[in-house]
Design a protein around this ligand. Structure first.
Ligand SMILES: C[S@@+](CC[C@H](N)C(=O)[O-])C[C@H]1O[C@@H](n2cnc3c(N)ncnc32)[C@H](O)[C@@H]1O
Length: 203
């Protein structure tokens, strides 16, 4: 059963994100609009990415929070988007997503929250076709010493209010340690340090 807070979080998410979206919305659009084929949107949340997918793609949107998933229904707008109320590491997903079947995996602001990002990335490796793309927009631990300490101190409280999100993960390092190579990669700071890019595997 969804908790009261999860419902509230889903209701307010898009409003919380307005100023953040003003800064990263163009990146979402640029990296998503030309994707083709079968796409997995991981932790699709309230469906912020849906507007940027073109009408020809088939998207599997996986989201474990029912209130977030319900909010995303209104953003489908007739596109070929299949919603699944599952954790990305749920064994059941392996019945739906076959090995080497995906043209792209979209992971925006979600590796900060997934309980086992290591396992998720291993699954991404299995599911992507050779030359399949991993699209990343993620906030990561600051590279500034004082800010990094502050993020470490704030993290336990932040995690409670932000539904499991962590301020101090180095997911950029993890992604590359799994063998993903950047086709493009950028770092910038908008309050939080952001890592974005398009990655491919040597398969
Ligand atoms: C900050 S929101 C990002 C939503 C969306 N991707 C975006 O870019 O706006 C993080 C989402 O990841 C989802 N999430 C958390 N753990 C997950 C998991 N293990 N598998 C899939 N999604 C997960 C949360 O429920 C939440 O909707």
């Amino acid at each position: 059963m969804s908790s009261f807070y999860s419902k509230l979080f889903a209701k307010l998410y898009d409003k919380f994100m307005v100023s953040f979206e003003e800064k990263i919305g163009k990146d979402r659009q640029r990296m998503l609009k030309n994707l083709t084929g079968n796409i997995l949107d991981v932790g699709s949340g309230t469906g912020v990415n849906f507007a940027h997918f073109n009408t020809k793609v088939h998207v599997i949107a996986v989201e474990p929070s029912k209130p977030m998933l319900d909010k995303s229904v209104e953003k489908i707008n007739g596109k070929n988007i299949e919603l699944l109320n599952l954790d990305i590491n749920d064994e059941k997903l392996h019945q739906t997503i076959k090995e080497n079947s995906l043209d792209a995996i979209v992971s925006t602001l979600v590796l900060c929250t997934i309980q086992n990002p290591d396992l998720a990335l291993e699954n991404f490796k299995k599911w992507l076709k050779p030359n399949g793309k991993l699209i990343i927009i993620e906030h990561i631990h600051s590279d500034k010493k004082r800010k990094a300490i502050f993020e470490n101190l704030l993290n336990p409280l932040w995690k409670i209010f932000a539904e499991g999100c962590n301020l101090n993960r180095h997911t950029d390092v993890l992604i590359k340690s799994k063998g993903f190579k950047p086709l493009e990669e950028h770092y910038f700071t908008i309050g939080l340090r952001i890592h974005k890019g398009i990655f491919v595997l040597d398969k």
